[in-house]
Design a protein around this ligand. Structure first.
Ligand code: NAD
Ligand code: AHE
Ligand code: ZN
Length: 375
């Protein structure tokens, strides 16, 4: 069938909106009409050419919501008409990782997903004789896409597509990092570096978990009011303080008889390896946990003095907030429908597919939290 897609033709170049061919679902696959998709910083990361797994030409996008319009042979868990959210972290419930109960990183299809292909090693997208790569197993920058059955979460059909698409990455990643990965407790102190589409969801996750002191750090002063909307209690712009940001944060979080500072939990939501180090070192001696959420480009590495770890800090990371997609995503949609979490105010821009590059421009300019393309 003919579909409309924004194609990443080449690294560092704007997406090109065009008509491409999509083959129907094969065994174990579903065809989904994508109704809306968010634009995440990770799409920009891959488009920029910094992603070691980046392939071109490809159809990017991994934060979608839509309706199942056809199913391949053997599909049993969803049917035509179901509302679904594509999952870049699938949940097969059979691989050693799923069975371990220790991780959400299902390995059933990770190898082919990283090669931009469906599990049988082929692509469903093409232009003429040329194949187009899938992206993160989702390719939501197309009005129709094909996904493995294990990579869709069936969700409440009353939920609005243009809001719940954000649960396909940003919302789940931010809230999940707090609840599943860091396991933040009531009364905790926390620092969130980077108040964008992910960081603000970390902040609302911290509010949900009952954290007392929530410090937001961003180079952009406009983010202060954004953080405050979702529960941030203090804001720091590293460009506007005297001296080192780590010492500043340690000082702000001093408490107890010994007056040792450092946050119980810190989160990197920037993708800067320099910030990742600051986040670790701003966590509390003896028990601080620092969670890396941001993704960094090929060749970049993190560093710290081993002393930081010897003295009891834990450096950890999270993908998709540790969420098991088919199990947890429907619950997060229900939290949204029940008013337990907020999404609407974070969706600052709604665009047509033809204007998708404007969404990337707004992200670069620091003017958007989330831009959503509505088909
Ligand atoms: P975004 O562009 O919306 O927000 C990034 C924010 O960081 C901006 O507000 C920016 O001003 C701020 N920032 C940049 N450099 C900074 C610095 N040195 N100090 C303080 N603040 C700084 O991006 P996003 O969509 O929120 O994504 C954030 C990161 O998370 C990206 O690296 C993205 O690829 C990654 N991500 C990871 C996962 C995962 O599963 N681990 C999921 C989604 C996104
Ligand atoms: N391809 C990159 C890795 C990018 C990455 O870490 N992606 C996260 C999701 S970001 C969503 O916005 C993820 O899920 N990682 C786990 C995985 O299996 O990719 C690189 O550096 O190679
Ligand atoms: Zn994302």
């Amino acid at each position: 069938m003919d579909v409309r897609a924004a194609v990443a033709v080449q690294a560092g170049k704007p997406l090109e909106v065009m008509t491409v061919k999509l083959e129907g679902p094969r065994e174990g696959e579903v065809l989904v009409e994508i109704k809306a998709t968010g634009i995440c910083h990770t799409d920009e990361f891959t488009l920029s050419g910094a992603d070691p797994e980046g392939l071109f030409p490809a159809i990017l996008g991994h934060e979608g919501a839509g309706v199942v319009v056809d199913v391949g042979k053997g599909v049993t868990s969803v049917r035509k008409g179901d509302h679904v959210i594509p999952l870049y972290t699938p949940e097969c419930r059979q691989c050693p990782s799923c069975l371990s109960r220790k991780t959400n990183l299902c390995t059933a299809i990770r190898a082919t997903q990283g090669q931009g292909l469906m599990p049988d090693g082929t692509s469903r997208f093409s232009i003429g004789k040329d194949r187009l790569f899938h992206y993160m197993g989702c390719s939501t920058f197309s009005n129709f896409t094909v996904l493995p059955e294990i990579a869709v979460a069936k969700v409440n059909a009353d939920a609005p597509f243009d809001k719940i698409c954000y649960i396909g990455c940003g919302v789940t990643t931010g809230i999940g990092a707090v609840i599943n990965t860091a396991k933040v407790e009531q009364g905790a102190t926390a620092v969130v570096f980077g108040l964008g589409g992910i960081g603000l969801n970390v902040i609302q996750g911290l509010r949900l978990a009952g954290a007392d002191m929530i410090i937001g750090v961003d180079l952009n002063n406009d983010k202060k009011q954004w953080g405050e909307k979702f529960g941030m209690t203090h804001f720091v712009n590293p460009k506007e303080i005297d001296g080192d940001i780590v010492a500043h944060l340690v000082n702000m979080t001093k408490r107890g008889a010994d007056q040792i500072g450092g946050a119980d939990y810190t989160f990197d939501c920037t993708g800067s390896t320099k910030v990742m180090r600051q986040a670790l070192e701003a966590s509390h001696r003896g028990w601080g946990k620092s969670v890396v959420i941001g993704v960094a480009g090929a060749g970049q590495e993190i560093a710290t003095r081993p002393f930081q770890l010897v003295t009891g800090r834990t450096w950890m990371g999270t993908a998709f907030g540790g969420a098991r997609g088919r199990t947890d995503v429907p619950k997060i949609v229900d939290w949204y429908m029940a008013g337990k979490i907020e999404i609407d105010p974070m969706i600052t821009h709604t665009l047509k597919l033809e204007d998708i590059n404007k969404g990337f421009d707004l992200m670069h300019e620091g003017k958007s939290i989330r831009s959503v393309v509505v088909y």
